[in-house]
Every structure is written in structure tokens, then in C-alpha cells.
Design a protein around this ligand. Structure first.
Ligand SMILES: [Zn+2]
Ligand SMILES: [Zn+2]
Length: 261
């Protein structure tokens, strides 16, 4: 039976929501052996709204959070409200969320202004560690620590239909090679601009993203993402295109489908 892996860009705006896109959020749907597995990667500000166009946010097999900056996780507060207070549809069990340490404490601080509970009734937080493999349905997900001012991970999602890799927020690091090598589809941070953003250890430029993809080798499609509203995406595209001519730029609502017989 054919397998497919569909990635829907729910939000791709860098660092905060923009006029045309929420912040970071990707819906990954795997069809395999007659079953559908749904995973959401990041739930940044504004993304819970748009996610409802594509999936029931209370019917996800797992949520993967790259790191605890608000443009990647803060809409878990809205998901908490949806799960806890929906007048008729209260979901069973707890939502599995793979994320760095302190996720639940941060959510409590954001929501209540204090962190007193040890466990959540609504979220099953599983702490991610560097090099960890996570199995969700037919998906094999590898987490690699990347280069950002706080604990941050990139995820490589392997499925029978192909491989999609997300750098998360990162600057250049050797960890990008095991994340990206041979991926059918790569979404790479391109928040910084060559010659403008000189600080290191936070984000890739589009050029550095292209260098990482070329260094990794075997990548089929390469998409720039996490571009903040104050950037011109065409400047980023031109930077990367010097090294990778058919580089793409993510947009909210775009869909990418991988398939195998
Ligand atoms: Zn970010
Ligand atoms: Zn960040």
C-alpha cells in the first residue's frame, strides 16, 4: 500500500507572527497501512488558530517543540484552554509533548504567573535529549541539539514515504549534518541576513543554511523558513540561490507531499 508524508506549513514567520503567517508551526501527517498519524512540530504564537483549518488540535499523536522561545511553544497555552474548557468535547488522556526541560513550568508561569504543579492533567511532557530517537506510529524521529542561546533541537522525521528535516532555530553546527543528510525535504532557519546580522550562535543566514545543506549532502528539496516580517524574503532567496539555484521560501498554507509505493 502506498505511503505518504504530508507537511503543511501552518506558520513560518520568524521570531513573531507576521501579517501573512503565524510563528513556527508545521503539521506532519503520515498515511501508512491505512492509518493516519498526526504530529505537530512547534506551536508558536498565532499558530493554534491556523492549525484548526487543517486538523483537530485535540487529535494529535504527538507535539514536538524545538525550544522554549514563545514563537515556538506559547500557543500550548491556548491548547490547554481548548482541552480543559471545551463545553462538549473534552479529550481523553493527556497530549504527549516532546520538548526541552521546564516546558510545564514555563506554561504555568505564562498562564498562571506561578508554577506550583508537578504534573499536568493535560500534557504528558517528555523531555527531549540530544541524539534521542522518538517513535510515533510509522515515524522515526531523531532529535539533535543545535546552536541557539537556549536548549534547542532540530528534528529529522523518517517515514516509509521519505524524510523531512527541520533545523529549528540554529546557527551553523556540525549537528546539521546528521539532521539533514539525504533528506527529501529540508526546512532551514534563515532569520539572519549576510552583512547585517553579525552576531553568531543564534540563527542561520540563508547562505549559511545553503552551506549546511550542501555539506550534509543528498538533500532533494530545500526550503528557507523562520524569516521575520522585517526581512525581504527575496533577499534571503537570492543569498541561498548563489549556492542552491532552486531554493524555496516557506509560506503559510503551503503543502509538501512525499510518497512511496
Ligand atoms: Zn524562533
Ligand atoms: Zn529561538
Amino acid at each position: 500500500m502506498a505511503s505518504t508524508l504530508t507537511v503543511t506549513v501552518v506558520g513560518c514567520s520568524g521570531s513573531f507572527a507576521g501579517p501573512h503567517s503565524p510563528a513556527s508551526c508545521y503539521l506532519i501527517e503520515a498515511e501508512h497501512d491505512g492509518t493516519t498519524t498526526r504530529v505537530v512540530l512547534d506551536l508558536g504564537n498565532g499558530s493554534l488558530g491556523a492549525l484548526q483549518r487543517y486538523a483537530d488540535p485535540t487529535d494529535l499523536d504527538a507535539i514536538l517543540i524545538t525550544h522554549l522561545h514563545p514563537d515556538h511553544f506559547i500557543d500550548l497555552c491556548g491548547l490547554y484552554v481548548l482541552r480543559k474548557y471545551h463545553p462538549t468535547d473534552t479529550p481523553d488522556g493527556r497530549q504527549v509533548v516532546y520538548a526541552p526541560k521546564d516546558l510545564f513550568r514555563r506554561l504555568q508561569l505564562a498562564y498562571y504567573g506561578k508554577a506550583e504543579l508537578e504534573e499536568s492533567e493535560h500534557f504528558d511532557h517528555r523531555r527531549v535529549r540530544d541524539g534521542q530517537t522518538i517513535e510515533v506510529g510509522p515515524l522515526r524521529i531523531l532529535a539533535h541539539r543545535v546552536e541557539h542561546p537556549i536548549e534547542a533541537y532540530g528534528y529529522r522525521i523518517e517515514s516509509p514515504a521519505g524524510v523531512v528535516a527541520f533545523t529549528g532555530d540554529t546557527d551553523s553546527t556540525s549537528m546539521l549534518t546528521p539532521l539533514l543528510t539525504g533528506a527529501d525535504l529540508v526546512f532551514a532557519d534563515a532569520a539572519f541576513i549576510e552583512g547585517r546580522d553579525e552576531v553568531r550562535g543564534i540563527h542561520l543566514t540563508a547562505r549559511r543554511a545553503a552551506e549546511a545543506v550542501i555539506e550534509a549532502g543528498g538533500v532533494a528539496r530545500f526550503v528557507l523558513t523562520h524569516i521575520p516580517p522585517w526581512n525581504d524574503p527575496e533577499v534571503s532567496r537570492a543569498e541561498a540561490a548563489e549556492l542552491w539555484s532552486d531554493v524555496e521560501v516557506a509560506s503559510a498554507g503551503a503543502r509538501y507531499v512525499l510518497s512511496a509505493e
